[in-house]
Unconditional design. Structure first.
Length: 179
């Protein structure tokens, strides 16, 4: 059990997300981001599976086949694309499980979340391309709406290719424009 180390990690992560959210104009989301991580079901599991270099949910999932902390977290935090997975109806009437289109404000918060998570877990090894590269590695196995996926990928690509200030400006512009 590493409760203090876990507390420091999630608090550092929230502070970074808050900073990014404020920069793109998402003040309320910056203040309320990931508060569920302090709830008992998430916090104590996070402390138990804490490693410091990646999400404790991965270790919990490896040991138990499921992460109860993650199931709780994704169901309460709309910036995760997993929150938006539901039954969808195709144009031919076929019902399937898939990703629903996310509102732009949550896509923008997801951008902030991904950048902050990479900064926290990678530390000195962080680069502006880290969040994009991580997204591309996981892209094949995620259920995300095509338009939402294209939006987050573009935001992360601007960060990778043009740097943080350009990415923040791009995200602010996309928030004003919407889809």
């Amino acid at each position: 059990m590493r409760p203090l180390a876990h507390f420091k990690t999630i608090t550092e992560h929230r502070a970074l997300v808050r900073r990014y959210c404020f920069r793109v104009g998402l003040y309320r989301q910056g203040l309320t981001h990931d508060l569920s991580k302090y709830s008992p079901v998430e916090f104590w599991r996070g402390a138990k599976y804490y490693q410091g270099y990646r999400s404790p949910n991965d270790a919990e999932r490896k040991e138990n086949g499921v992460s109860l902390a993650w199931l709780h977290h994704k169901g309460r935090n709309r910036h995760h694309f997993e929150y938006w997975i539901d039954y969808c109806i195709a144009s031919d009437g076929t019902v399937y499980m898939g990703g629903c289109k996310m509102p732009m404000r949550y896509v923008a918060e997801q951008f902030c979340d991904r950048v902050a998570a990479c900064r926290v877990y990678l530390g000195d090894k962080y680069t502006d391309g880290a969040a994009y590269d991580y997204y591309k590695r996981s892209q094949k196995h995620i259920m995300i709406h095509p338009e939402t996926g294209a939006e987050i990928e573009k935001m992360l690509l601007v960060l990778k290719e043009q740097g943080e200030d350009a990415a923040i400006a791009y995200v602010r512009r996309r928030l004003k424009e919407g889809y």
